[in-house]
Design a protein around this ligand. Structure first.
Ligand SMILES: O=C(O)CCC(=O)C(=O)O
Length: 253
């Protein structure tokens, strides 16, 4: 597999804020990551984030209520298993990130660096947001890579994106207090109608900008959806000292 985006892919990322590379993940790497994720989910290996922790629509009301121990993310993926670290830093990923971010790229262990485990029974909806909203860097220029270990489509809660929003500025009133884009505002409706479902096949990788608005539905299928996701920055775009973004050492690619 090539280690670079072609010209069309680069143009698509610059314009839309996301690009999908089909079949980028080698089958052996996909199987290793899936096995590690299934193993850690079955054994509830910490650190974990539960659906109940975030209180997104559809989540159990507390960790003590039915479904309250439904895991939303296996955190600290790079430290959890070499399969994740190897895939997240593979040449086919690193080469593409250098095209987007610059010659020196680091994986931010403090953000994403997890496996999203969207489970059928108690999965929640993720409302429209930009990942950068709670991140602290010199510049809002980070890129995430989202790996499909299985099929991802609307029925099992695939990611949805609003193309081009990484280039747009939004007045504060268009967002709620938690910085989710408000679907109740007429002003936001045309934008929300431009949404694109990011349908992925096993082995596909989605690259997306940290200012791109995205959301996801719940998993209405019968199988758990496992999606490892990692975030990267340029060397000259460090986390702000003392912030949560600076809480873990980054991994240079
Ligand atoms: O629910 C999902 O799969 C999307 C998660 C997401 O966008 C996030 O955690 O930033």
């Amino acid at each position: 597999m090539s280690e670079a985006f072609n010209r069309d892919a680069l143009a698509q990322f610059a314009d839309a804020g996301f690009v999908i590379v089909r079949g980028l993940l080698p089958e052996a790497a996909r199987e290793r990551m899936l096995a590690a994720a299934e193993r850690d989910l079955a054994a509830a290996v910490q650190p974990l984030e539960y659906e109940a922790d975030l209180q997104y629509p559809g989540a159990p009301p507390s960790r003590e209520s039915p479904g309250g121990r439904t895991v939303r993310r296996l955190l600290q993926a790079c430290a959890r298993d070499e399969a994740f670290r190897a895939a997240a830093t593979a040449p086919a990923i690193a080469g593409r990130l250098r095209q987007l971010l610059g010659s020196q790229v680091a994986l931010a262990q403090a953000h994403h660096n997890c496996v999203m485990t969207k489970q059928p029974q108690y999965s929640s909806q993720t409302l429209w947001h930009r990942d950068i909203r709670y991140w602290s860097y010199r510049r809002p220029e980070l890129v995430s890579a989202w790996f499909a270990l299985g099929e991802e489509h609307a029925d099992n809660g695939c990611l949805m994106v609003l193309p081009g929003t990484q280039r747009m500025e939004f007045e504060a009133g268009r967002l709620d207090a938690a910085q989710f884009l408000r679907p109740d505002l007429a002003e936001n409706r045309p934008l929300l109608e431009s949404k694109v479902d990011v349908e992925l096949a096993p082995g596909d990788v989605l690259f997306f900008h940290c200012r791109l608005f995205h959301a996801a539905g719940s998993n209405r299928s019968e199988r758990i959806k496992f999606s490892p996701v990692f975030t990267y920055r340029a060397q000259d775009n460090p986390p702000l000292p003392g912030s949560r973004s600076a809480s873990l050492p980054d991994i240079y690619l």
